[in-house]
Design a protein around this ligand. Structure first.
Ligand SMILES: C[S@@+](CC[C@H](N)C(=O)[O-])C[C@H]1O[C@@H](n2cnc3c(N)ncnc32)[C@H](O)[C@@H]1O
Length: 136
């Protein structure tokens, strides 16, 4: 997670980071260790949101949006995005959802010079991801 944080922040000081899926908060912590100007976390689980809110209650630049990324509306203002919302055992096609997110984020959330990355589980990347990225 440290490496993901370094990649999306990329040494910049003016980072407006959007994170999808707080989970155990590992990525959030790594990225805050580096430093962000603004950090918005989208997390759908109420209890996980409560943990995140408690942890970051004194850090005004960190905001927690409770809900699904599919319902998140914002301006195209984030210059760093990290996506990790897959839950093992969920009956969804995680790759399809990831591709939907990338499409949505590029159109609505990520600045033209922004950097986006995502967590991928598995030891072989799904060809749908490669095909999708080749077209971008
Ligand atoms: C694997 S965990 C994230 C782990 C996190 N990156 C870390 O470093 O600890 C995935 C999280 O995404 C959340 N999640 C799943 N689907 C979501 C969605 N559609 N929108 C927002 N959050 C979602 C889950 O509740 C869970 O907390």
């Amino acid at each position: 997670m440290r490496r993901y944080a370094e990649c999306v922040i990329d040494g910049r000081k003016d980072v407006r980071l959007l994170e999808v899926g707080y989970g155990l908060g590992v990525f959030a912590e790594e990225s805050e260790n580096i430093g962000t100007e603004e950090h918005v976390i989208i997390e759908c689980h109420p209890k996980i949101c409560a943990i995140a809110r408690e942890k970051y209650k004194n850090q005004k630049h960190i905001k927690i949006f409770q809900g699904f990324w599919q319902n998140f509306n914002a301006e195209k203002c984030y210059n760093a995005i990290f996506y990790d919302s897959a839950v093992i055992g969920e009956d969804i096609d995680a790759v399809e959802e990831l591709l939907q997110f990338i499409e949505f984020a590029m159109k609505n959330l990520l600045t033209d010079d922004g950097i986006m990355s995502f967590w991928y589980r598995g030891n072989k990347i799904d060809s749908r991801i490669l095909d999708f990225l080749k077209k971008k």
